[in-house]
Design a protein around this ligand. Structure first.
Ligand SMILES: [Zn+2]
Length: 76
């Protein structure tokens, strides 16, 4: 791997992840985004919020659109 030379800038990312047979898109996730490769880095706090959303999605408590992909805003 080449050394990481990008600059991390505060921003928001869109997290796309698989849940069961579907896919959910979590929008507006606070992250540090690399200006070179676009990779997003999440804080421990944000990771916990993502985990909570994922847990809701897995248990069916999250109201997703009845499509292959649901979208949800990460509001904390
Ligand atoms: Zn990078």
């Amino acid at each position: 791997m080449t050394p990481e030379r990008g600059t991390l800038c505060k921003g928001t990312a869109e997290l796309i992840t698989r849940v069961g047979d579907g896919i959910i898109v979590i929008r507006g996730v606070p992250a540090l985004v690399c200006d070179r490769c676009g990779e997003a880095y999440y804080s421990a706090e944000v990771s916990r919020m993502i985990d909570a959303v994922m847990a809701d999605a897995h248990s069916g408590r999250l109201c997703c659109r009845p499509l292959a992909a649901g979208e949800v805003e990460l509001t904390g």
